[in-house]
Design a protein around this ligand. Structure first.
Ligand code: UT7
Length: 371
């Protein structure tokens, strides 16, 4: 049986940053309230020409560069997102095209804030089953496009961004060892975008009611999150035979610092072993865990053979956890790395040019131009 190792990681976030003070121009709020109740200080917000696909592609290109893998080596691309560019085609197919991953299958996975851990688990299983050897797993969101900027209960919480990992099959034991995927659909109405789907297609009335934006019962979601985190992590540890003390890094979904601190406390995990970055990104849903992983790796907080536990929770309701032994990236020669960097630069310029072209087409023709 093959093991699925994480051999590459990367993030892609919009340049534009919106601070808590910036939000005061939109809703009745304060930096103090947002920091105290959530731990968030600022968030990145997508600008013109940016979308879930462009952020996902940026994150993917960085992850491929770290892994020293070319796009044509990818067998499968899974994009976990609740904010796809379109209902169809899938964002994963758009990313596949932007990368030039000409041998890859591609699909989107919808499990809201738990989506990345679900996708990591699915990617691992196809590698274990022998159907694929290299899988690109991405969590990407542009939540700024689906928040109601007049609702202070939600608009202060979310941010945009993407994180990606490359999973590679190996005979060497380790990598993604085990996962737990759960759902309780009876809580679906606690966190929902009610309009725009087949149940309630977009009409002038749904737009008027802002049904195309996020509705959340914050208190109930808070209670659900604190309830499931402790017991799910303990169940996962039991499955892989680890103790809480053996966890080297805990990477929880970055929704609220109070939820994270409460889970760490009930698990008996010191905060030094908990990775948090929500102060700078807010809640980026499916992107929060892979962005955190990329940053932890960049900051040297992940060493080979470290025991890592990730847990996501959110709309569905869904929750999911994974236990990972941190892998060693493949040793890539200097010339391979240079070639990879060149490829990255060319792909990056290509996708920027395409984005500009689409913008110009949109302005000149009000849609796609004729060839
Ligand atoms: O990723 C998906 C998972 N989502 C989550 O994990 C979110 C979980 N929930 C939470 O993180 C918290 O419930 C929130 C951060 C959303 C809210 O914190 P809270 O401590 O539960 O506040 P609350 O909803 O109970 O509201 C307390 C007060 C209310 O005023 P009154 O009714 O007490 O007068 C709100 O109207 O705070 C008010 N409030 C605000 N005040 C200033 C709500 N939002 C704001 C705001 N600025 N942005």
């Amino acid at each position: 049986m093959k093991y699925a190792h994480i051999v590459g990681w990367g993030k892609g976030v919009p340049q534009r940053v919106m601070t808590n003070n910036d939000l005061r121009a939109l809703v009745d709020t304060s930096d103090e309230w947002i920091r105290e109740r959530t731990g968030i200080g600022s968030r990145h917000v997508a600008g013109e020409g940016e979308s879930t696909c462009t952020l996902a592609t940026d994150a993917a290109m960085r992850a491929l560069e770290v892994a020293g893998i070319s796009p044509s080596q990818i067998d499968l691309i899974i994009v976990a997102t609740a904010t796809p560019d379109y209902a169809f085609p899938s964002t994963a197919s758009l990313v596949q095209d932007a990368l030039g991953a000409d041998r890859a299958g591609a699909y989107d996975l919808s499990a809201a804030c738990s989506g990345f851990v679900y996708a990591l688990s699915m990617g691992t299983d196809v590698i274990r089953a022998g159907s694929a050897n290299t899988v690109l797993v991405i969590g990407a969101e542009t939540l700024s496009r689906v928040v109601n900027w007049k609702d202070r209960n939600t608009c202060v919480l979310f941010g945009d961004g993407a994180g990606a990992v490359v999973l590679s099959g190996s005979d060497q034991p380790g990598g993604v060892l085990s996962s737990i995927l759960r759902s309780d659909g009876s809580g679906g109405d606690l966190l929902i975008i009610p309009g725009g789907g087949s149940a309630q297609p977009t009409t002038a009335d749904t737009l008027e009611r802002n049904d195309h934006t996020i509705r959340m019962n914050g208190r109930e979601v808070y209670k659900f999150a604190t309830r499931v985190m402790d017991r799910t992590v303990r169940e996962l540890l039991h499955k892989v035979g680890w103790t809480v003390e053996q966890i080297d890094l805990f990477v929880p979904h970055q929704a609220n610092i109070r939820i994270i601190e409460s889970a760490a406390k009930s698990l008996g995990l010191p905060m030094e072993k908990v990775f948090t970055n929500l102060e700078h990104y807010g809640n980026t849903s499916a992107a929060s865990i892979p962005i955190a992983i990329a940053e932890a790796a960049e900051q040297g907080r992940l060493r080979p053979n470290d025991k890592v536990v990730m847990i996501g929770f959110g709309a569905g309701l869904t929750w999911a956890a994974a236990a990972v032994t941190w892998g060693q990236p493949k040793l890539v020669s200097r010339s391979q790395r240079t070639a990879q960097r060149l490829r990255y630069n060319v792909t990056s310029v290509r996708s920027r040019l395409l984005r500009s072209l689409r913008r110009i087409e949109g302005k000149v023709f009000g849609g796609r131009s004729e060839d």
